[in-house]
Design a protein around this ligand. Structure first.
Ligand code: HEM
Length: 448
């Protein structure tokens, strides 16, 4: 168990390369650079990284689990995202406050509730794909972003009508700009008028607050409030142990957090699914057959394998707040600790032929939670994991029941880091042909 200690610092060894070279390697080819170092130093090593400084990089499942369980007074999340999301966001909360908030957030996202949202997902796929071109290559990541954005706005924000339309216009430029601004030096976060980057973020945020206030007011006066299944309504009804409710301001911060954490990540994983499947014709064929017969097992295994081989969040950063023990190591205060999801998922110690895209490895059982961690783990594990999984299952099912995807011998798309998520560099390109409707298609099969 991770604990505070006064023992002498004992960090795992790592390559002793000049700072500039490490920085270059990290920015130019982070994944490859880490794989090379890991091949030499194993699943725990220390390296000097730009921005984070001295960083211990871990992908040993036992150490990772220990870190996941470490309390917030010993390790903190190394991110400024809370600056934009607000003080009421799960990302900003720590310790008891964080634990209490998660208790209220977890039930609305519980796996058993997810079937309530499947209809919205199917409708959004219908809307988005109505005009997809046939026989012409196009990038799928933008359509996937529109699909996942609308799903969150409807299922989580409970938005409709004019509020839905305005949020749909306003949030896609605001969230990436804000995420970029928070990694830049604080001096650049100054409101120099409506055209300055931070000025834009601030004005969008103010307008966002107004829209959320009106959604909350509408919900309060909604005679059918008790029947509503959107997350906003559930959060408004939730009560802390002392009987108090989440304040309206905090609800606004939390909804923005759910959107920022859940929209791009899910869309990008779906674009990777298309990118992978186009290059594996036999798997694509099996999936289409499963969808037609109303099955779900192979679709689920495929999504798990996409998340193993193309995790869109490749690493999670923490910083030691005190001198702590982590396994056999003693990490000094201020040292960063990076959990490398990418290294863990590609290790031959955990996966046979890890470079192969092979969903069959997950058939007949759930992934091992020690070595399959695309949603993180422990006290900060992704709140929306079941929601994201439901979305991806339904989107894939709906796409395969509508379209045939042309396959390709082309090389795999490269990975490109885009703020929150690592995306396929060409956007997960696809060529589709509309299928003639199949009798007894799987449209009504539940995924849950
Ligand atoms: C494929 C899609 C997704 C992936 C890969 C993903 C991945 C992750 C990861 C790795 C973390 C942990 C970060 C850390 O420990 O520093 C996380 C946290 C979180 N995710 Fe997700 N996520 C996805 C979808 C979603 C969705 C759909 C939602 C909500 C609608 C969501 C809400 C959150 C929240 C609120 C947290 C913060 C939890 C906390 O700090 O206690 N995520 N996610």
């Amino acid at each position: 168990m991770t604990a505070e200690t006064t023992d002498p610092v004992r960090l795992p060894d790592g390559p002793h390369i000049p700072k500039g070279v490490a920085a270059l390697g990290f920015f130019a080819a982070r994944r490859r650079a880490l794989a090379v170092v890991s091949a030499r130093y194993g699943d725990c090593f220390t390296i000097e990284l730009p921005v984070f400084g001295n960083t211990t990089i871990i992908s040993d499942p036992t150490l990772v689990r220990e870190l996941f369980a470490a309390p917030g007074d010993l390790v903190a999340r190394a991110s400024n995202l809370g600056t934009v999301l607000g003080p009421g966001s799960t990302f900003s909360l720590e310790g008891d406050e964080h634990r209490a908030r998660r208790k209220l957030l977890v039930p609305p996202f519980h796996g058993k509730r997810m079937a309530a949202y499947e209809e919205i997902v199917a409708e959004e796929v219908d809307r988005e794909t109505a005009n997809w071109p046939q026989g012409r290559e196009f990038s799928t990541v933008e359509p996937m972003r529109r699909i996942t954005l609308d799903i969150i706005l409807r299922a989580v924000f409970g938005a409709q009508g004019e509020a839905l339309a305005e949020l749909r216009r306003m949030l896609p430029p605001m969230v990436p700009l804000a995420s970029l601004m928070v990694v830049l030096p604080p001096a650049l976060r100054r409101d120099l008028g409506p055209w300055s980057p931070w000025g834009k973020v601030m004005r969008s945020r103010a307008r966002y607050n107004e829209i959320i206030a009106s959604l909350i007011a509408q919900a309060r006066s909604d005679p059918r409030f008790a029947d509503r299944s959107d997350v906003l309504a559930l959060l408004m009804s939730a009560r802390y142990e002392d009987g108090s409710a989440i304040t309206d301001d905090h609800i606004g911060d939390e909804l923005l957090t759910l959107l920022a954490a859940g929209h791009e990540t899910t869309a990008t994983t779906l674009a990777w699914a298309i990118e992978r499947l186009r290059r594996h014709p036999a798997l694509l064929h099996r999936l289409a057959e499963e969808v037609d017969s109303g099955g779900t097992a192979f679709t689920q295994a495929t999504i798990w394998e996409v998340q193993r081989t193309r995790p869109v969040v490749e690493a999670m950063f923490r910083v030691a707040r005190k001198r702590i023990s982590l396994g056999q190591w003693v990490i000094p205060e201020g040292n960063a600790i990076m959990t490398s999801i990418a290294l863990m998922h590609s290790s031959p110690r955990h996966y046979a032929e890890p470079q192969l895209f092979n969903p069959d490895r997950f058939l007949g059982g759930n992934p091992d939670s020690m070595t399959w961690i695309p949603f993180g783990g422990g006290i900060r594990r992704c709140i929306g994991a079941a929601f994201a999984n439901m979305e991806m299952m339904v989107v894939l099912r709906e796409l395969l029941s509508r379209f045939e995807f042309a396959t390709t011998n082309g090389p795999a798309e490269r990975r490109r880091s885009r703020g929150i998520a690592t995306t396929p560099a060409a956007g997960g390109r696809a060529v589709v042909f509309r299928r003639t409707p199949t009798p007894g298609s799987a449209r009504t099969a539940a995924v849950g």
